[in-house]
Design a binder for this molecule. Structure first.
Ligand SMILES: Cc1cc2nc3c(=O)[nH]c(=O)nc-3n(C[C@H](O)[C@H](O)[C@H](O)COP(=O)(O)OP(=O)(O)OC[C@H]3O[C@@H](n4cnc5c(N)ncnc54)[C@H](O)[C@@H]3O)c2cc1C
Length: 855
């Protein structure tokens, strides 16, 4: 074993081997993988080996597609077969709601380059005759599904990596990790110490233990998982013989079941409701190639539905039940990337579908390590997406919830209950007493809307019971004044003699004068959007910053990376040690004036001003801005004062007709102003000019990160533009990710594929490229991106009902040449399978001149 390496990958499961292969392929050959036992000694060896491309997050779907197409490459390079079976598969819907869900998934596929098709239950049965199709209302076919040999695949990655120069050390446990002052890692193993520049945690079942070696509690948990294998079945053999094909994979939402052909029989696995964590606190180091005791009672309810839906399987004898553990993060997606607060410590763990995702995870991580950027929009699996609130017990509750809902539909207005409430503000009980329906905002309870007594959210893809009350909240705010909690924003203080220079280097806009506020995007070196901030200059060496709460660790990681080493800049993240209230509406100034002892008239306290002042007797910071687009204020205070300020606002607000409004009303009001949101409209796949952030990018001010790339984007002209639409919707509004159609005739406006869209080629088992092939005949599918003169030209990022103007609205990206065209009849947006007329609205429909906020 060598004693120095550029990078050490800990763990020889499918993920570690993929990371090693991708690093070697990217040119880092001075690398090694250290494995405690033999390769595949964690969860990889007993996996069911299924793979598919569908994922709720289109960005993760892209990386899954990459994984599938990679198998040919590693087979060729390594000479090791992965035993690929590209059978295709179906998702079965048993209710109209589940069919809506499939319609949505299918619609998303239009601009992602996916070849899914909506088909009938009978068409699905033709490909999997063991089902009773009368249990279902419809299905979605995906040709890029199948199964492989987990052990062969892991070894194929490993052999390919070795061929490219990487070293693999087996039967050698990493026991300790320490770091020198110069950043070098000491990887202490049973066979000696390796000095490494980078360490990658691919510890799978032991990833938590490896995290603890560096003082990090990673939010993941192993769950027991069972699948059964049947004896050979004559029906399977008969199908293979008569069609010359293998049976396809089937996912049954209702039964929480996946099933497919395995040799001459059937494999059937289930995500049971009565799920069970494995080793919830510590993973034993002596666990190896052993299986857990099957517990048929636990999966009996799922099997009962399964046998009803697939009566052909019930008759078969069960040959074996496999029960093995594998890890999940809170939301079921991997934890990938550099860990905030550490240098050169990387994660690729909690990969619950190693054979669908392992290749994509390896590619993204190696890009990140070698080039400084993952090369894709990997927010959905970034290790920075969870905060300190994701403790061991919180993780345990959320992972169990996620596992037991793996095949359940998540409605767009659905809030999941496990591990809540976690964080609350001092106003929590007051809000509940006012019948606020609360939602989880990065671990914090946040009022969503105020319901009539005894009412809760009715979850739906369509407009629901919050529609009326939110409309009232919006109208009362726009016409009089409303108050809402904004504790769920991210808040930072940047201070020190070099604070301004530091922010000028990171941000695209000029920093404000003392007492003023600016809005500014932040770019990476490639000129892509990685942040959107409100910045106030409190005094010469102190800036207050606000942004999206979910991006706190993501942004801190970036700030820390660029912080001068000489202590000339300090950053403080407040989290919930600073909370806030926003008041908005034409009467908000009259209200605030009653609570303060300074002049806040239009001239004395202008739009985009910042002041520290006492509000209702409490020391506060006040911004003269709101996200509603009205005259309004954001008021920030220590939590100890929040109740005092809220009471003062309520007492003084009575005469002005004050109402409480929640996050949903706030998001509705920002739609009417064409304001974007971070993570929906603004993401690292877009440039600032594509995102129509033009006026916040000052290319001439000084050299900032991403300036050169931004200048190029401006000179060449952005390919896409963010636009707002008014949609002629029926009883459902857009949710995000819907395709945008345009009547463009034969004109070509460039690619319709999303920048992160997955256009990876797909191959059949003979290595031939596949486009839209399907085993069944006579598909009744609605698919494709061209329909006569109409063409899919873009995608929706978010939207909903704009209650003040009483219209449905959407934001999204379209080719730049179309972005200014407000003609009627040019666009349609596909909502739940139905194409609705839509029209671009260049100017915001509410207060287009911005006069109301400036008054
Ligand atoms: C029953 C079952 C069915 C499944 N079915 C599927 C499926 O159909 N499709 C699919 O995609 N996925 C499936 N999975 C999940 C899949 O197995 C995992 O996604 C995958 O194995 C994760 O791989 P990994 O490399 O992250 O972790 P692991 O396989 O757990 O590998 C981690 C490795 O790290 C090593 N290690 C840990 N600590 C140290 C240390 N300190 N020093 C040195 N080495 C260390 C371990 O020995 C181990 O070899 C299934 C899992 C189970 C249990």
């Amino acid at each position: 074993m060598k004693s120095n390496a550029k990078a050490v990958v800990i763990g020889g499961g499918v993920v570690g081997c993929s990371v090693l292969y991708h690093l070697a392929k990217a040119g880092w050959t001075d690398i090694m993988l250290i494995e405690r036992s033999e390769l595949t000694s964690g969860s990889s060896w007993h996996a069911a080996g299924g793979f598919h491309t569908l994922n709720g997050d289109p960005n993760v779907a892209k990386l899954q597609a990459y994984t599938v197409q990679l198998y040919r490459e590693i087979e060729e390079l390594s000479g090791q077969s992965c035993s690929l079976h590209l059978t295709g598969g179906v998702m079965m819907a048993d209710t109209p709601e589940r069919m809506d869900f499939l319609r949505l998934a299918h619609a998303k596929g239009r601009y992602l380059g996916m070849d899914t098709e909506l088909i009938t239950p009978s068409e699905a049965k033709a490909m999997f005759p063991l089902m009773d199709e009368t249990n279902f209302v419809g299905a979605m076919w995906d040709p890029v599904e199948g199964h492989l040999d987990p052990s062969g695949t892991t070894h194929a990655y490993a052999k390919a990596a070795r061929k490219l120069g990487a070293e693999i050390v087996l039967r050698n446990r990493v026991v300790e990790l320490t770091q020198e002052v110069d950043g070098t890692w000491n990887v202490v193993t049973e066979q000696g110490t390796v000095k490494a520049e980078h360490v990658v945690n691919c510890g799978g079942l032991w990833a938590r233990e490896i995290g603890r070696m560096v003082g990090v509690e990673l939010p993941l948990l192993a769950m027991e998982h069972m699948y059964l294998l049947t004896e050979p079945m004559p029906e399977v053999e008969e199908f293979n013989k008569s069609t010359g094909r293998e049976m396809i994979g089937v996912m049954d939402f209702k039964g929480e079941i996946y099933t497919r052909q395995e040799r001459n029989g059937i494999l059937l696995g289930t995500y049971e409701k009565a799920c069970k964590p494995w080793s919830p606190v510590n993973t034993p180091w002596d666990f190896g190639h052993e299986l857990l005791q099957p517990d048929i009672d636990r999966i009996a309810p799922s099997l009962e539905i399964g046998f009803k839906h697939f009566p052909g399987i019930e008759k078969a004898g069960i040959k074996q039940i496999i029960n093995g553990p594998f890890t999940f993060a809170l939301d079921g997606n991997p934890l990938v990337g550099p860990v905030q607060g550490l240098t050169n410590f990387w994660c690729a763990c909690a990969v619950m579908a190693g054979f669908s995702q392992g290749g994509g995870v390896g590619l993204a991580l190696s890009n990140w390590m070698v080039n400084g950027d993952p090369g894709f929009d990997v927010w959905g699996m970034d290790v920075a997406r969870f905060g300190e609130w994701a403790t061991l017990r919180y993780t345990n509750a959320k992972v169990r919830e996620n596992y037991s809902r793996r095949f359940s539909i998540r409605f767009p207005n659905e809030e999941l209950p496990a591990a809540r409430p976690a964080q609350t503000t001092p106003l929590y009980d007051t809000m509940l007493a006012k019948n606020a329906v609360m939602g989880d905002s990065w671990g914090l309870e946040t009022p969503l809307w105020f319901a009539p007594k005894g009412t809760e959210d009715i979850v739906s893809f369509h407009r629901s019971n919050d529609f009326g009350p939110i409309g009232e909240e919006v109208r009362a705010t726009r016409e009089k004044v409303g108050v809402t909690e904004i504790a769920n924003f991210a808040k930072y203080e940047v201070s020190g003699p070099a604070a301004e220079d530091f922010l000028n280097r990171l941000m695209t806009n000029r920093m404000p004068k003392t007492g003023r506020i600016v809005l500014t995007p932040m770019l990476n070196e490639f000129g892509r959007l990685i942040g959107d901030f409100t910045i106030a200059k409190a005094d010469e060496e102190r800036f207050m910053i606000w942004s999206s709460s979910a991006a706190q660790k993501y942004h801190m990681r970036w700030f820390e990376k660029h912080l001068p080493k000489d202590d000339s800049v300090r950053i403080h993240r407040f989290d919930q040690t600073l909370v806030g209230l926003s008041i908005a509406g034409p009467k908000s100034r009259d209200l605030l004036q009653k609570l303060v002892d300074v002049d806040i008239s239009t001239k004395a306290f202008r739009f985009m001003d910042f002041r520290e002042m006492a509000v209702g007797g409490a020391p506060c910071m006040v911004n003269r801005i709101t996200y509603t687009g009205d005259l309004g204020y954001e008021i920030w205070m220590a939590p100890a004062y929040q109740r005092l300020v809220y009471k003062a606002i309520n007492d003084a607000g009575e005469e002005f007709g004050l109402v409480d409004f929640g996050m949903r009303a706030l998001l509705s009001m920002r739609l009417e102003k064409n304001f974007p949101t971070w993570f929906r409209e603004l993401r690292p796949i877009y440039g600032p000019f594509e995102g129509t952030m033009d006026r916040f990018v000052k290319l001439e001010k000084n050299d900032f990160i991403g300036r050169e790339a931004a200048a190029r984007e401006q000179a060449e002209g952005p390919k896409l533009r963010r636009v707002s639409f008014i949609v002629d919707a029926a009883d459902a509004d857009v949710m995000g990710d819907e395709p945008i159609w345009a009547k463009v005739g034969g004109k070509d406006y460039g690619t319709v594929e999303k920048p992160h869209g997955y256009g990876a080629p797909r191959f059949d088992t003979a290595g031939k490229e596949v486009r839209g092939s399907r085993a069944a005949e006579g598909a009744s599918a609605v698919r494709g991106i061209v329909d006569g003169d109409w063409r899919v030209v873009g995608w929706v990022t978010s939207g909903g009902y704009a209650h003040y103007i009483r219209k449905s609205m959407a934001q999204g990206y379209v080719p730049a040449a179309l972005a200014g065209d407000e003609s009627a009849g040019l666009f349609e947006i596909e909502i739940l399978g139905s194409r609705r007329p839509a029209r671009i609205n260049v100017e915001p429909p509410f207060d287009p001149s911005g006069e109301k906020m400036r008054t």
